[in-house]
Design a protein around this ligand. Structure first.
Ligand code: ZN
Length: 146
């Protein structure tokens, strides 16, 4: 199987079977709502932090397959990580999406999120792929909605 086909399969799987979907209305969760006007993507991310660890990530919203699947992949990738690890992975994801080289260890930490590598070739879709990751970063930093 070609790598591109594998990546497409990961994206479609997370689009059709989103992980950690649905919000939990609880003050333990920091909630961030982000909108991508150029595509119409609308995403809400909830993060529960405990002792500097991302204990839980929830995601909900609507949008294109790139955006919604990426929110699902993000939730799986960052859950259980420390705040520092998560920030590094998010930064590496942004690097990769912008077409910058990342090293093998960074690729390994990204895991299924590597499926979005090809998005670098489609600048109009970069916002779609990064929206949920930006929301999670804001939630970790304790920022508020834009
Ligand atoms: Zn989109």
């Amino acid at each position: 199987m070609k790598l591109e086909d594998l990546y497409r399969q990961v994206i479609m799987d997370h689009y059709k079977n989103p992980r950690n979907k649905g919000l939990i209305d609880d003050e333990k969760y920091k909630q961030i709502h982000l909108h991508n006007p150029s595509c119409g993507d609308d995403i809400i991310i909830e993060v529960e932090l405990e002792n500097n660890i991302i204990k839980d990530v929830r995601q909900d919203g609507k949008g294109c397959s790139i955006c919604c699947s990426s929110a699902s992949v993000m939730s799986e990738t960052l859950k259980g990580k420390t705040v520092e690890e998560a920030k590094q992975i998010i930064a590496d994801f942004f690097d990769m999406i912008q077409g910058n080289e990342i090293n093998e260890a960074e690729e390994e930490a990204l895991g299924e999120a590597l499926a979005y590598k090809g998005v670098a070739k489609f600048p109009a879709r970069i916002k779609c792929a990064t929206l949920a990751w930006k929301a999670c970063e804001k939630a970790i930093d304790g920022d508020n909605d834009e």
